[in-house]
Design a protein around this ligand. Structure first.
Ligand SMILES: [Zn+2]
Length: 125
């Protein structure tokens, strides 16, 4: 179950960012998950809660944002939704030279901080 290692990596990344932002708590983590990333959102949410325990992310909510897969044929530039399991043969020419444009995303899009330490007032402009 690779969701655990994904969750651990996300928590580590957000915890690092929290230090840079001076945040002491995290409200929500929004994660882009591609249709073909092979992640089960329920399993990821479960692992995320475990990975958060004892870190600055404790109690943070995880929102997964599904990203639809999109493929494009090299020779004829047709774009299509390959679906799951992915059909990567071009629907027009039948060629195998498809490039996956989206669908493998697995990245933190946004973090909502909680308990942010007020930063220094901006200098007058
Ligand atoms: Zn084609």
């Amino acid at each position: 179950m690779h969701e655990m290692s994904i969750a651990a990596a996300v928590v580590e990344q957000v915890a690092d960012a929290a230090v840079r932002h001076g945040a002491t708590a995290v409200a929500t983590v929004r994660l882009e998950v591609g249709e073909l990333a092979g992640v089960v959102p329920e399993a990821l949410a479960f692992c995320f809660a475990l990975a958060c325990a004892g870190t600055v992310l404790e109690g943070a909510a995880l929102e997964t944002l599904g990203v639809a897969a999109l493929a494009r044929c090299g020779p004829c530039a047709v774009e299509w939704r390959p679906g799951m399991p992915p059909d990567l043969l071009c629907p027009r020419c039948g060629g195998p030279d498809a490039v996956l444009l989206t669908g493998r995303e697995l990245r933190v899009r946004e973090v909502e901080w909680a308990g942010t330490v007020p930063s220094a007032p901006a200098p007058p402009s």
